[in-house]
Design a protein around this ligand. Structure first.
Ligand code: NAD
Ligand code: UDX
Length: 481
């Protein structure tokens, strides 16, 4: 029986390994982590992450060929294949701060693998890492002095949160990069044999190590670039009276461009896009390519601009002040169908409104009050560290913020509403009732194209929706970004 151990039981390690266990009953999979509470949750009925379909997959194999454990060393030692799916945050201090990937956790995992191993292993990079990381990892592993042979593979993960199980069941592609030596090719085959139990052969791509590592950064950069492109257009739409939904539909009809990932929004969030682009920018700079670095940096800049533009629009529309005004925040997760708030645009929007002294009433169906308060008090990039290593903020009281369990409570007596996550339930709210219970004029700012703009204007709301033609009120109150 092939034994797999995955270091890191997070959004990637957990679902990915659960699907491997489900699809390969003859493989034993153990997911290990240093964060004991997370492992306890994986072993309970309340899994640590919310992901449609995940409960079902875990229930089918947990205790049979899928295990979760804090005994990291034991399971690494026993494994034939070790996946490493630990955090690779953006560095906050020192060389490359604010851009470069912090490989502290990766390196400590590699050193531990070298220390505990007494048999050859295939070590798989599942985390997103800078191109050429495998070379550094190889050095750490092979200088263990024990003469044990390690083969490094790069097998980046392309799943998106909210659709992780669907994506893992039917991936567009599985990418495996390895050394072009006989041993490297043998390792590639071992991993290929796992995936080919459910992924069609023509969707399993094999490349050299550096192409696989770079493809992951490139794919995320291309995806984020599309969003920044349509978001840049959304600003121009508002200025000219064009409708961004019509523009992106027309643009996406070109088969060379395609219709996906062209939804204008308050900005992209999530743990990957910004981090990976900044990482790419740093790599370009280190390779003496400042023009290329500058090109990709712009994708992040436009995203920052989109979030601050949204805040400015809210404040400018409401007579240039939101001081002591109640603003309802509907949705805090970075997208629907996840409770994940890492780099969610809601953090920057809420912080922007708090600076202008707004009173926020926040509702999200999947995010806890504790998480929201942590997010609003945490420093940039501090979120991407194992939970017990995250600094505890001293100012976590945030008196201007209340977190409530229902939309109607959040909007009661509010001056304005900001929709920041596209949860389906926001489409079917009783907006007549909400309007009745709000201060007048009642404002609604839709950052996710959730509402029917015309219907809400008929009810009496002053409506702003990203990239949609402005009503007379908003035209009179231009927001300067
Ligand atoms: P995560 O924070 O949810 O999980 C990482 C886990 O690794 C944590 O539980 C942490 O406690 C654990 N860990 C850290 N150091 C460890 C060590 N030395 N030993 C044992 N456990 C350790 O992160 P994630 O979202 O799963 O992302 C993991 C990697 O995958 C990152 O590089 C990320 O960029 C990449 N990735 C993420 C996604 C996504 O959608 N979240 C998609 C593709 C790739
Ligand atoms: C992304 C990549 O899609 C995935 O392949 C990679 O493995 C990890 O990073 P994820 O961040 O989970 O996945 O979600 P994604 O669906 O890509 O959305 C990212 C952000 O972009 C969200 O905030 C989403 O709301 C936003 N978005 C997405 C838009 O604003 N407009 C779009 O058209 C699409």
């Amino acid at each position: 029986m092939v034994k797999i151990c995955c270091i890191g039981a997070g959004y990637v390690g957990g679902p990915t390994m659960a699907v491997i266990a489900l699809k390969c009953p003859s493989v034993e999979v153990v997911v290990v982590d240093i964060w004991d509470k997370r492992i306890a949750a994986w072993n309970s009925d309340q899994l640590p992450i919310y992901e449609p379909g995940l409960d079902d997959v875990v229930k089918q194999c947990r205790g049979k060929n899928l295990f979760f454990s804090t005994d990291v060393k034991k399971h690494v030692k026993e494994a034939d294949i070790v996946f490493v799916s630990v955090n690779t945050p953006t560095k906050t201090t020192g060389l490359g701060a604010g851009k470069a990937a912090d490989l502290t956790y990766w390196e400590s995992a590699a050193r531990m693998i070298a220390d505990v191993s007494d048999s050859s292993k295939v070590v798989v990079e599942k985390s997103t890492v800078p191109v050429k990381t495998a070379e550094a990892i190889e050095k750490i592993l092979t200088h263990n002095g024990k003469g044990i042979k390690f083969q490094i593979l790069s097998n980046p993960e392309f799943l998106a949160e909210g659709t992780a199980i669907e994506d893992l069941f039917k991936p567009d592609r599985v990418l495996i990069g390895g050394r072009e030596t006989a041993e490297g090719q043998k390792a590639i085959k071992a991993l290929r044999d796992i995936y080919s139990q459910w992924v069609p052969e023509d969707r399993i791509l094999t490349t050299n190590l550096w192409s696989a590592e770079l493809s992951k950064l490139a794919a995320n950069a291309f995806l984020a670039q599309r969003i920044s492109s349509v978001n840049a257009m959304s600003a121009l739409c508002e200025a000219t009276g064009a409708n961004v939904t019509q523009v992106s539909h027309a643009v996406g009809k070109d088969t060379r461009i395609g219709p996906k990932f062209l939804n204008a929004s308050v900005g992209f969030g999530g743990s990957c896009f910004q981090k990976d682009i900044l990482n790419l920018v740093y790599i370009c700079e280190c390779n003496g390519l400042p023009e290329v670095a500058e090109y990709w940096k712009q994708v992040v800049k436009i995203n920052e601009y989109q979030k601050s533009r949204f805040v400015n629009r809210v404040v400018a529309s409401m007579f240039n002040t939101v001081s002591t005004k109640k603003i309802a925040i509907l949705g805090f997760a970075f997208k629907k169908d996840t409770g994940d708030t890492r780099e969610t645009p809601a953090i920057d929007v809420c912080k922007g409104l708090l600076v202008d002294k707004a009173e926020l009433s926040i509702y999200d169906p999947q995010v806890t009050e504790d998480q929201i308060r942590r997010d609003l008090t945490m420093r940039k990039f501090d979120w991407d560290h194992p939970m017990h290593l995250q600094p505890i903020s001293s100012s976590s009281t945030l008196e201007q913020v209340s977190v409530v369990s229902d939309t109607y409570e959040a909007t009661k007596g509010a001056h304005g509403i900001c929709i920041l996550t596209e949860w389906d339930e926001f489409k079917t709210l009783d907006y007549n009732k909400i309007y009745e219970n709000m201060q007048k004029p009642a404002f609604i700012f839709d950052g996710r194209h959730v509402i029917d703009v015309d219907k809400l204007r008929e009810i009496g709301f002053i409506v702003f929706a990203i990239g949609k033609p402005l009503d007379a009120w908003l035209k009179d109150m231009p927001a300067v970004a």
